[in-house]
Design a protein around this ligand. Structure first.
Ligand code: ARG
Length: 456
């Protein structure tokens, strides 16, 4: 097969070398974007008088046909033709003859490939934004049903203070909200068109870059042709936004895994997102949560990979940059899959509110209530802390919890203790009373949920 750039060559590479250099194995994912970019380019070339209207129509008709064939999986790709751009151009020329060769006027694969990826990410990022919203909806729904579900809140994975389970879920809602904002903001930079930058220096033809940008639905153009073909920041940004998102998902994975263990027993994941063991009949493993936690690693890997690829590259295009694609495709697939799984997993999980409520009765997570109680009566908080610390110690020695101590035991440490300490020690009241802005108090959580719902 003749190389489309073969003019100055006398020898040729062996097949295995061609295969090593080819990207068609993965960049065929960009077929649709590549064809869209070409249609826009041909349209503009004709409008600017660079090619005739008749040639443009011929080219565009051919491209439309190829687009259909690509969508149906009917296009044959060859590693001999290196990448999606040369494969499509080859098919076009086969289809409409030498006129196909006019398409590449005032264009290079360098601005072409960058354009393809802008178009690709524009579509994918908007789908990801939608998937984040869907997952957020399931979080808000679960939260809405669990406002008064009590659970132990932790720091250092040690019982700290009782909280509302809804409050815990809503913490993830806001993380995802920031993730969404980040993806939305990145759209400004995804929405730029490199097309018409040529190989690196622009072109002598009287092209209109704004016209192609507009046809492609991109909001602006790169101001500098060298920058246009060298820039992969928008992919790095996508990978780093994805890494942060995956980190959030992975933290929730970890919690779901812990919560569904026999030790915690806070939730049960549905059969749809768990698996059994081939040997141990009793097992119900949180596989999907574990897998998402694991897949977070490959997304970070793609980010590190591309940062490393780019770090020493002189301007403008270098073949190294072909390495920008697989990590991007893989990340798109991983992020979308993880978000879909999560929406199902969280909406179907069974919350064991009884067990959770019981668990906060059998711990010292109400100790702060007691210290606050004395502090509210004028005892300096440090002193109150010390007194309650001693009471906790006494309980540990006796093998009971704070609510089990008689009032006399309290009075003997400080006369300000009254019968109403038992009200304060009740975990339900402990949660309910934490009504500072953004706190876990039920009315604050309700407010949060309302705000969240209106933000969706
Ligand atoms: N397959 C190449 C890539 O993905 C397309 C651009 C090639 N440009 C070039 N001058 N070799 O980066």
């Amino acid at each position: 097969m003749k190389k489309l750039w073969g003019g100055r060559f006398t020898g040729s590479a062996e097949d295995w070398v061609d295969e090593f250099g080819a990207s068609i194995g993965f960049d065929q994912e960009l077929a649709e974007q590549d064809i869209e970019g070409s249609i826009a380019h041909a349209t503009m070339l004709a409008k600017c008088g660079v090619i005739t209207q008749a040639d443009a129509e011929n080219i565009i008709q051919g491209l439309q046909k190829l687009k259909q064939q690509a969508a149906n999986g009917e296009l044959e790709y060859s590693a001999k033709l290196e990448d999606i751009h040369l494969n499509i151009e080859h098919h076009l020329t086969e289809l409409i003859g030498p006129t196909g060769g006019k398409l590449h006027t005032a264009r290079s694969r360098n601005d072409q490939v960058a354009t393809d990826m802008h178009l690709y990410l524009k579509e994918q990022v908007s789908e990801i934004i939608e998937l984040i919203s869907e997952f957020q909806r399931t979080l808000v729904d679960q939260a809405g049903q669990n406002i008064e579900t009590l659970m132990p809140g932790y720091t250092h994975l040690q019982r700290a203070q009782p909280i509302s389970f809804a409050h815990h879920l809503m913490a993830y809602f806001w993380m995802l909200d920031r993730d969404k904002q980040r993806f939305m903001d990145s759209m400004k930079r995804i929405n730029l068109s490199p097309l018409g930058a040529g190989a690196l220096a622009g072109t002598t033809f009287p092209i209109d870059r704004h016209m192609t940008a507009e046809i492609l639905g991109l909001e602006g153009i790169y101001e500098n042709s060298l920058d246009a073909v060298s820039d992969r920041d928008f992919i790095l940004e996508f990978l780093s936004d994805s890494s942060i998102l995956m980190m959030h998902l992975s933290r929730l994975c970890e919690e779901l895994i812990l919560w569904s263990s026999q030790e915690f027993q806070f939730i049960e994941l549905s059969d749809a997102f768990t698996t059994g063991s081939s040997i141990m009949p009793q097992k119900k493993n949180p596989d999907m949560a574990e897998l998402i936690r694991g897949k977070t690693g490959r997304v970070y890997g793609s980010l590190m990979g591309l940062l490393t690829v780019l770090k020493g590259l002189p301007l403008a295009y270098n073949k190294d940059m072909q390495e920008d694609k697989e990590g991007m495709f893989d990340t798109v697939k991983t992020v979308k899959g993880s978000l879909k799984i999560f929406a199902g997993m969280v909406s179907e999980m069974k919350v064991k509110s009884e067990e959770m409520a019981q668990s906060v009765k059998k711990d010292f997570s109400n100790a702060t209530e007691l210290a606050d109680y004395l502090a509210a009566k004028g005892v300096p908080f440090r002193e109150a802390h010390e007194i309650v610390g001693k009471l906790v110690l006494e309980c540990i020695q006796k093998g009971c919890y704070l609510a089990d101590l008689p009032l006399e035991a309290y009075k003997s440490t400080n006369s300000l203790f009254e019968e109403d300490i038992f009200e304060a020690l009740n975990p339900y009241n402990a949660v309910k009373r934490r009504n500072s802005a953004g706190g876990t108090g039920f009315s604050q959580v309700k407010l949060q949920i309302e705000k969240a719902r209106t933000s969706l």
